[in-house]
Design a binder for this molecule. Sequence first.
Ligand SMILES: O=C(O)C(=O)C[C@]1(C(=O)O)C=C[C@@H](O)C=C1
Length: 373
Amino acid sequence: MSNSKQAVPDTLPLLRDRIDSIDSQIQMLINERAACAQKVADVKLAEQGGDAVVFYRPEREAQVLRRVMERNEGPLGNEEMAKIFRQVMSSCLALERPMRIAFLGPEGTFTQQAALKHFGKSIISAPMAAIDEVFREVESGAANYGVVPVENSTEGVVNHTLDSFRDSRLKICGEVEERIHHHLLVSPNINADDVTHIYSHQQSLAQCRAWLDRYWPHVERVAVSSNAEAARLAADAGRSGRAIAAIAGEVACELYGLVKVSSNIEDRPDNTTRFLIVGNQDVPPSGKDKTSLLISAKNEPGALYRLLEAFERHGVDMTRLETRPSLMSRWGYIFYIDFVGHYLDESCRAVIEELRERASEVKVLGSYPVAVL
Ligand SMILES: O=C(O)C(=O)C[C@]1(C(=O)O)C=C[C@@H](O)C=C1
């Protein structure tokens, strides 16, 4: 193999020769890696047998991606490099066993975008109409994993997702954060100056309100069921020459063959949504993990204080606390708590043990790697 540090030629033909030679080496190495992954699948099948085999290993994937970022020397940025490896692993996993991923649809939603960011593109997409359908699809075994939104930095918590954990035996196997970028999109044959209506989900219209007021004050805004649906409608309209624009994300833009009139038009550029990966497995520690708990507190004075005090005493860093009505008793509550660490870590174990003594129910929803990308 040639030395990667050898002098870079400075003419176009020589540079292209060099790129061709590097490409063929990369290709050979990727296939060598893929062959290793195939072997890994054989070993897993031999060791774990039949239905119990767990091909997808979130903790291992997180470690691989973290290592890629740690050793990266550029000129490609850490995230860019990790994205390339993300896709390489996705292809390798698909070779071991194709993964069917259920997500809150339709095709082109930000949840699908999050699923692709987390698993890479080599998955079988299964869009579901509602969050509880995503849970059911994974519980029934029809899908291997599910992806659901859990909180948004502007809109707050997604109650449907939290509530679905009450009666589900699914585990959280991962998290993914997605900066939500909105784009103004039209059909390629449409002139943006002719646009008469702008379609989008109500929340997205709200998230772009100031931008719309400034640049499109006289164009009618129409709320539809999702951004992806807005993109589909804009593409449909374009086919019959009607000038309708949509506000939607990157995946919907590509999926419906639209073009961007303006990019990143959201009023708050830090607008971020966190998604959870749900599945049937307990994920071993990756070295940098988070844990989510569901706790039913006894309805008595100081109950919440006694729960939280255990975190402080054992030095466990709590990152989120949400409260939902329990539905079992009037004014009873369920708390959703996220903290840093894995449930097998000594301090986390001690906290969970104490919580079990103090609460009427403690359910470990899962320990999982902190999002890498
Ligand atoms: O290490 C494994 O268990 C593998 O299956 C290999 C591999 C990879 O390509 O690196 C593929 C899929 C898993 O999710 C994790 C890693």
